[in-house]
Design a protein around this ligand. Sequence first.
Ligand code: NOJ
Length: 767
Amino acid sequence: MKIFKKIMMPAAVVVVSAVFAPEIFAQRITAEEVESKSKDEFIDGLLGRMTVDEKIGQLNLPSYGNVKPDAKKSDIAGRITRGEVGGIFNIFGVDDIRALQEVAVEESRLGIPIIIGADICQGYKTTFPVPLALSCSWKPENIEEVARISAREVSTDGVCWTYSPMVDISRDARWGRVKEGAGEDPYLGSLMAAAWVRGYQSDDLSADTTIMACVKHFALYGASESGRDYNPVDMSRVTAMNYYMQPYKAAVDAGVGSVMTSFNEFESVPATGNSWLLRDILREEWGFEGFVVSDYTAIKEMVSHGVGNQDEVSLQAFKAGVDMDMIADFYDGSLKRLLDEGKISEKELDAACRRMLVAKYDLGLFHNPYRYCNPERGEKELRSAANLAASRRIAAESYVLLKNDGDLLPLDGVKKVAVVGPLADSRANMCGSWAKDAVTGEYNGLVENLRKALGAGVEVVYARGCNLVDDEKYEYNFTSREINKRGDGKELLAEALKVVNGADVIIAAMGEAEAMSGEGASRAILEMPDCQKTLMDALDATGIPVAMVLFTGRPLALERQAAQADAVLNVWMGGSEAGAAIADVLTGKVNPSAKLTMSFPRVTGQCPIYYNHKNTGRPMAPEAWYTRYVSNYIDVPNEPLYPFGYGLSYTEYEYGQVNLSSDEMTADGTIEASVVVTNAGQRDGEEIVQLYLRDMVRSVTPPVMELKDYKRIALKAGESRTVTFNIDVNDLKFFNSVLDYVAEPGEFTVMIGGNSLDVESAKFVLK
Ligand code: NOJ
C-alpha cells in the first residue's frame, strides 16, 4: 500500500535510555533500535517482548473525557502507564496530548506511543463547508485542499488520525448524517472519497503535516431504514456492491490507513461483527492492510442488537476483523478470557496488534512521538490568512443556486436590502456539527458581510422575523452553540414587516440550525418549521422580490417556499468564511456553478429519492403525472423538486445533440461521445457537463441512468465548446447476481446534460 513508505527521517527523540532505567524498563524501545532495524524487524522484535495484556492494550481506544487540571494525573494516564491503551480520542489541546504521550513513552514498560484521533471532518480551526456541500462543487481538488489544510492545522495540535472521510451513500434526506457524505452517487462519491484520503495522507504518512485518514462507516450506514439513525439496513448484496460499496473501495484503493465500522446491521448481523463485510470484502476482496476500528461503543452495542453477551460479541467483532475497540472497553475485559479459553489464538491477537503498531510506525510515531505537537507551526498555520481565503473560495464554490427568476441575483442597482430570518445573523450555524474546534465568535455573519460587500451606498437592514422553530424545547435542543433568546412570534413578524418596508429585495435567511442535522438528528418531516413558513408567506405577500438564502444540512422539502421565492441560494453550512462567501455570490463577485449531489424531494414521503432508480415493470410515462397501475403516487409527481446534478448559474448554457464516434463498440474499444455546449448568457461562467449511461438490457435490472463522467468547463459569455467523453468497457461494468464485475453485450443509451433530468441522448451497442 502507498502509505507504507519507508521512513526517511532521522530519530528525533530519544526515549529514556535503558541504561538508567529501572529493571522494569529494560525492554523499552530505544532510538537505536528504531533507527537500525527495518520496519518488519522492529515490529517483530517489539511484538516478541509484549505481554498478552500489552497486546490487548494496543487494541483499546478510550475517550479522554475525564478532563483534569493535570493530564498526567488523570485515570487515563494511569491506564497508559499500565500499557492498557493504544490510542485516545476526544482530547483537545496540544499540552494535554503531549503530556499523555510523555506518559506513554516515558512511563509505560515498553514506551509505545499512543495514537491520537479526532473527528476532523470539515476542517480544524479553519472550517470549511459540510462535506455534502463540498461535494456539490464537483471538484475533488477542493476536497483534497480541505483535507490538506485540515491535516496541516490539526497536526500542530497533537492529532495524527482523523475519523474522516465519511463516504456513506445516502438517498434519504431524513437521515441526519447525509451532510457528512457526498450524497447519492457512487461515482462522484468515489472521486470525493479518494480526494479526502489523498489530502489527509498525501504520499508520506510519516511527515509532520500529514495525518492518517479513517474511512467510515463500514458499511452501508447511509441506508438505514426510514432514515432513522442507527436503524437496520437491509438490501441485496448486488445493490450493496453496485451502489453503496464503491466509495469505501475508492478510499481503500487510495491507501486509506484505517476503516471504521458502522452502527447498523446488515443482513441481520451488526456491521461491527459482520465477517462478510469486514473479512470477505474489505480484507480479502479489496486487499485492505490497515487497521479496523469500531465506531463509538459499537462492539458493546452488539449486546443491544441482541447477538450475545460481552464475551460473545467481543469474539464476533474480533473474528470478523475489528482490531481496535472504540470506547466500549469490551476487548479490554474479554479478549484475555477468550484467549485462555482457546476461542482466539495468540496469532490472531498478534495480527491485530501488529496492525496497530504498523500504523504508529507509518505515522512516524516511533521515530518521534511528539512530531504532531508543534504549537510554533500552529501559530503560523491555524486560521492563517491563506487558509481562510481558501475556505471562502471553496465555500462560494459549494453554494447551489436553485432558482433565479427574472435574474434577481446577483444583486444589482439596489438601494435598500432587508435581511430577514432566524438564521440571518447567525455565526454558530455556519460551521456545521463536526467543527468542534470552531471558535464561532470569530465568524462573521451574513448581515455584516453584505454591508461590507454592497458598500456605503446601499442600506442593509435586518430583522429576525421569527423564531427558529415553534417549539421552545426543540429550539433549545437544536441550537447547541448559539442559544437564541426567543421572541414573541407576532412581534418578530411585525418588526420584520416594518423593516422590509421600502426594500428593493428581501434576503430571507432560513432553514436548519446546524444541530438539526448530523448524528442523532434524523427528521421525519423535511419541511421548514411552521414559524418559518409563516414568515415566508408574509414576506411573499409584501410583493417585494425575495431571495431565499437556505441554510441546511440536508435536502429539504420546500416546494411552497421555493415557489414563493424569486431566487433560492442553498448555502448549506459554509464554515469559517460562510458569510463572506455568501456575500460574494449574492453580489456576483462569484458566479455560482455548484450542482446538487442529492435530490431535493417535493415532499418527505418521496424519500428515499434518487436519480439512479430502477425503471420497474410499470414505469411512469415521462410526461404523465398520475396514471393508475403504474409506479407513481396519486398525490405528487415522481420527480424531485430539484434533481441530482441540478444547479443554476448567473448565465445560461445550451446543449446541442449528442454525437457518437460510432454506434458500435467492442470490449477492447472506446467510443467518443461529444456535445457542443454554449454559454448563451451575458456572463462568463463554469458549467458541469455530465455524462450518464443506461444499460438497456442486462442480467440484473439496471438503473435508468448512472453518472459515469463529467467535465467542468469555463465558458466566456457567448462561447461554445465541444465537450468530448471517452467511453470504454469499464464504464459499462456492474456486479451481476454472483457478484462478478462484468459488462454484458447489448444496447446502451448515452445521456449528456447539465443535470440528471435534462439530457440529450444517443445509443450504441456493445458487441
Ligand atoms: C460516532 C460517529 O458515528 C462517528 O462518525 C465518529 O467518528 C465517532 N462517534 C467518534 O466521534
